[in-house]
Design a binder for this molecule. Structure first.
Ligand code: NAD
Length: 377
């Protein structure tokens, strides 16, 4: 059976769903792999490396020829319409925000697997693209902050005087937040963090951060996720966070609630107490923003009452800004899910398997993911 990889169509997307390493894995499973010419170029994977790994590189692939399509971004309705019945797709599908595409997958009787839906169980960790891409985002957002901060991160003791380390505050300590803590620590900053999940205090400490306990109680939902705070607790959280925000040089926000808009952790008023030159990085800018006034893909300068400005950075398409390693991890996630479903060189999903069933979005003319089916009804 053949796995095809098209050039990604979304403007600015530099990742690719296969790398030479993942091609070797798929070929080892008895599959063939066809790559559209130049599909890996923006990520740093030349066509020749794919050929050396055992893939065939062609000028273009007609969607109707695809048996299995590995992709990064959610597929367009037009592309889905050109797929043949029974084709298998594996990639990010963003079901909650791409309902027309889900309807098109259903109508085209495509068997679609959404990497966002891979269950977060130990056995599925190697297929968890949310985790692998959040790791990239958590690392990158610290570098973005460091480049904008007019100060050093580490402590410097010099003949001309001692420079104290930068203070970094991380709000939301999931995969991205924990990686941000680790990266800021490596650069020498003093890092503190807050999250509403019970386990997060120990996780923050294990990364070398100081956990800020706000005495709000915990907000754990199923599957290790957080649930939304009621408005009175959310307001209390903002009040209690205000002095921590004021004394920080950098604030990185990564808080998210599955299926909901990002919780508002920082209001415009809270920012006014910060020092001139401080930087706020909002990793949740694309899903509504943790920070009032953040705009995805833009830097916003906020004037302070006493003079000077601070900068809010609304992050967008972060994983795509480090396409080589983001693709390396992503392609491995894709190949591992395809390998799980491959028997004797044929991709044959076994829906009795918890991971296969969990990641399934559409199959055989039905929407198999219940919340998406309900949203479409
Ligand atoms: P996420 O991207 O959904 O959210 C980011 C963080 O925001 C979470 O830690 C969440 O608790 C936090 N948050 C939500 N509301 C907040 C608020 N008001 N204030 C502060 N923080 C707030 O998170 P994620 O990175 O997907 O991780 C979610 C959970 O899944 C974690 O428990 C993580 O350990 C777990 N996980 C498990 C696996 C696995 O077992 N395979 C893989 C990855 C993550």
């Amino acid at each position: 059976m053949n796995v095809g990889v098209l050039r990604e169509l979304e403007p600015g997307e530099r990742r690719v769903a296969a790398t030479p390493e993942s091609v070797r894995q798929l070929v080892g499973e008895g599959l063939t792999v066809t790559i559209e010419r130049g599909a890996g170029e923006a990520a740093g994977y030349p066509d020749a490396d794919f050929v050396a790994a055992g893939a065939t590189v062609v000028d273009s692939i007609a969607p109707g020829e695809l048996e299995v399509l590995a992709h990064v971004r959610p597929l367009s309705v037009e592309l889905i319409g050109a797929l043949r019945e029974g084709a298998i797709t594996v990639g990010l599908a963003s079901p909650a925000s791409s309902l027309p595409a889900v309807a098109a997958l259903h109508d085209a009787r495509v068997t679609a697997f959404a990497l966002e839906l891979v269950p977060r169980i130990s056995r599925a960790q190697s297929m968890d693209a949310l985790t692998s891409q959040a790791l990239v985002a958590g690392y990158r957002c610290v570098l973005e902050a460091a480049m904008r901060l007019p100060r050093f991160f580490p402590l410097f003791m010099t003949a001309a005087g001692t420079i104290p380390p930068a203070k970094v505050l991380v709000l939301g300590a999931g995969v991205a937040g924990l990686q941000a803590i680790a990266t800021a620590k490596r650069l020498g900053a003093r890092v503190s963090a807050n999250d509403v999940r019970e386990a997060s205090a120990d996780e923050v400490k294990s990364m070398g951060g100081t956990f800020i306990s706000l005495d709000l109680g915990t907000a754990d939902a199923s599957g290790g996720y957080a649930k939304e705070l009621a408005e009175d607790r959310a307001r209390r959280q903002r009040e209690l966070l205000t002095p921590h925000v004021s004394e920080s040089d950098i604030v990185i926000t990564t808080a998210a609630i599955p299926g909901r808009a990002a919780p508002r952790l920082i209001t415009a008023e809270m920012l006014l107490g910060m020092k001139p030159g401080s930087v706020i990085i909002d990793l949740a800018a694309e899903t509504g923003g943790n920070v009032e006034g953040s705009v995805a893909g833009e830097d916003t300068a906020i004037p302070l009452p006493g003079g000077g400005t601070i900068t809010i950075v609304g992050m967008k398409d972060v994983a795509s800004t480090m396409p080589f390693d983001a693709s390396r991890l992503y392609a491995k996630n894709v190949a591992n899910l395809i390998s799980l479903m491959t028997v004797d060189g044929k991709v044959e999903p076994d829906f009795a398997d918890e991971i296969v069933r969990g990641a399934s979005l559409t199959h055989d003319g039905a929407v198999t993911h219940e919340p998406t089916r309900e949203a479409l009804a």
